[in-house]
Design a protein around this ligand. Structure first.
Ligand code: DX5
Ligand code: ZN
Length: 218
C-alpha cells in the first residue's frame, strides 16, 4: 500500500500546528518527523517536546526519523512522545539487532535507514525483523536537495531481496522526491514516499492531493 509521508522539516515552524492540520485534512496518513543532533548530520532540527505537542493535535502515523548518534538512549522517550514508527540509521547502531528489539518492546514499528552509499548487505541478518526500511535518496541533513540517481537501482535491489525471501516490508524513500520523479521510485519498488519541500513549498493541500493521485491513494 502506497503512503505519502510529508516531512515537517520543510514546514513553517512558527505555524507548525496549522501546517500539520493542512496535510492531515488533505488526506496524508503518515507524518515524517526528522530529528537531527548536529553530530550524525551537520544540522539540528526538532526534538521530543515538539513531537509531544503535535501528538496532541494529530492522529496521523508519526514516522520519526532519527538522524542522531546513540539512538538507543532515547527509544523509550520517543515512544512516550508519541512515535508510531521509529527509524534508526544502521551507520550508528553497532548492535542493530538489540536496537530493533528495543524499538518493538516499546510498542513501535521498527525501521532501519541507510545513507545513499551504505550497502544493502548490512540488512542481511535483520531484514526479517523489520517493519520498514528507509533508503535515503540524498545525504541526510537538509531538505530541498537533489535526488541521487543511483538510488533507483538500490530500491530495485532491495525490493528483489525482499521478494526473494517472501517478505512484504515497506520501503520508504526520503530526499529529493518531487511530483516529477515520484513515479520512478514507485516503479522501482518504494511504497512510502517522504516529501518535504515538494509538499510544504506553495499550496500544501494541492501538493498533497497531487502526490496522492500519483500514489493511487486519492
Ligand atoms: C533530510 C530529511 C528529509 C527531508 C527531505 O535529512 O531526512 O526527510 O525533509 O526533504 P525534501 O523532500 O525536501 O528532499
Ligand atoms: Zn527524513
Amino acid at each position: 500500500m502506497n503512503k505519502l509521508a510529508p516531512s515537517i522539516l520543510s514546514a513553517d515552524f512558527a505555524a507548525l500546528g496549522e501546517d500539520v492540520r493542512k496535510v492531515e485534512e488533505a488526506g496524508a496518513e503518515y507524518l515524517h518527523i526528522d530529528v537531527m543532533d548536529g553530530h550524525f548530520v551537520p544540522n539540528y532540527s526538532l526534538g521530543i517536546p515538539v513531537i509531544e505537542s503535535i501528538r496532541r493535535k494529530s492522529v496521523m502515523v508519526f514516522d520519526v526519523h532519527l538522524m542522531i548518534d546513540n539512538p538507543d538512549q532515547y527509544i523509550k522517550a520517543f515512544a512516550e512522545a508519541g512515535a508510531d514508527i521509529l527509524t534508526v540509521h544502521a551507520e550508528v547502531c553497532p548492535h542493530l539487532n538489540r536496537t530493533i528489539a528495543a524499538i518493538k518492546e516499546n510498542g513501535m514499528k521498527a525501521c532501519v535507514a541507510l545513507n545513499p552509499t551504505t550497502p544493502l548487505n548490512v540488512l542481511d541478518y535483520v531484514l526479517e525483523d523489520l517493519d520498514m526500511v528507509l533508503l535515503m535518496t540524498i545525504n541526510p541533513g537538509f531538505g530541498g536537495q537533489k535526488y541521487i540517481e543511483s538510488s533507483t537501482r538500490k530500491i530495485q535491489e532491495l525490493r528483489k531481496m525482499m521478494e526473494a525471501r517472501g517478505l512484504e516490508i515497506d520501503i520508504e524513500v526520503d530526499g529529493g522526491i518531487k511530483l516529477n520523479n515520484v513515479k520512478t521510485v514507485l516503479d522501482a519498488g518504494a511504497n512510502i514516499i517522504v516529501a518535504g519541500s515538494a509538499v510544504f513549498g506553495g499550496d500544501i493541500e494541492k501538493n498533497v492531493t497531487d502526490f496522492m493521485k500519483i500514489l493511487g491513494e486519492a
